[in-house]
Design a protein around this ligand. Structure first.
Ligand code: ZN
Length: 329
């Protein structure tokens, strides 16, 4: 059992219920709120709030009780949006967990900081609140993608800086007892070096989710992650065409049948109020229902038990929070 920071305050990990492991209310870029025409009008901000509330309420009607928003400041996190969505909890009744941590390429603010100085920043967002005064972060996000391939440049290579920030994240996780959730480039199998690094830092790997793992179908890689104790995030689910559902849900079924349902979590990596796509796109309030309304029925039709589905939707995520809390002691 662990106390989990949500945007409305602490919730017990046993009460999180069915949880989507990797979502965003909105993503953009740091300083996006000061880009003319983007979100600097009260009307646009109101629409961002309304879209987020509507998407949460729609997910709730499909059985989703919590979502994890993995948007650190350098992916354009907006504390005011979390505060407004928290204020309208009665309309959607979904717990939202927000994140500290770092997105891809690594913001230059980290270039000159040591691992411990980076950890201190993450700890402050977990203990005092995001942006200093906002809701407290409940999880640490890291992102390793194409840039993790760039190893030349010595201490200034993207890989070296990514590794430094990951060590900072591990130290912050141990100090505060919150889990780490990683965006990874599955094709490069970067979950392996990430787990190696966390292990060196003495992290309990049960507190780590290696996300975007359903971008590969390499079961040797996925089971290797699970064997080491990590949770496998099958957290990209964008379509409902039969071939797509067969392929994506098939990975979840294979992991469950290999005995890893309790180390597999599901999500969409979708955002109702984001700027990743053009603003006119992503209007569907149902964007967080594809897992409960399409993937889950597919799993049950193809031989997964309801216990295995419940393990993927509830127990797996809870276990990451519980393991993380255990490290704090
Ligand atoms: Zn994401």
């Amino acid at each position: 059992m662990a106390s989990v920071n949500t945007i409305r305050g602490p919730v017990d990990s046993v009460d999180l219920g069915w949880t989507l492991s990797h979502e965003h209310l909105s993503t953009s870029t740091p300083g996006a709120d000061r880009i003319p025409g983007l979100m600097d009008s009260p009307e646009r901000r109101q629409e961002m709030i309304d879209r987020s509330v509507e998407a949460l309420a729609t997910a709730r009607r499909s059985g989703i009780e919590s979502i994890i928003d993995l948007t650190p400041f350098d992916l354009g996190r907006q504390a005011w949006l979390f505060e407004e969505v928290a204020r309208r909890h009665d309309e959607h009744q979904v717990n939202v967990i927000c994140a500290t941590g770092a997105y891809r390429w690594i913001s230059p603010v980290y270039f000159g900081w040591s691992e411990d100085e980076i950890a201190e920043r993450f700890v402050r967002e977990i203990e005092d609140g995001i942006d200093g005064t906002g809701p407290r972060a409940g999880i640490i996000k890291l992102a390793w993608d194409l840039e993790a391939r760039i190893t030349d440049g010595g201490r200034w290579s993207p890989r070296t800086i990514l590794e430094k920030v990951a060590r900072g994240a591990a130290r912050a996780a141990k100090a505060t007892g919150v889990p780490i959730s990683c965006h990874t480039l599955a094709a490069d199998q970067v979950g392996i070096p990430l787990l190696d690094l966390f292990e060196e830092e003495g992290l309990d790997l049960r507190a780590v989710t290696i996300g975007h793992s359903n971008d590969t179908q390499d079961m040797d890689y996925l089971t290797a992650l699970a064997k080491r104790g990590a949770t496998v995030g099958l957290d990209r689910f964008f379509l409902t065409t039969p071939e797509y559902v067969d392929q994506r849900a098939g990975i979840a079924l294979a992991l469950a049948q290999a005995g890893y349902a309790e180390q597999t979590c599901l999500g969409h990596d979708a955002q109702p109020a984001g700027f990743w796509a053009r603003w006119s796109e992503e209007r569907r309030p149902s964007l967080w229902t594809l897992v409960p309304d399409h993937q889950v029925p597919w799993l049950l039709d193809h031989g997964a038990t309801s216990e295995q589905v419940d393990a993927m939707m509830r127990a797996s995520i809870r276990a990451t929070f519980d393991a993380a809390a255990g490290m704090k002691g």
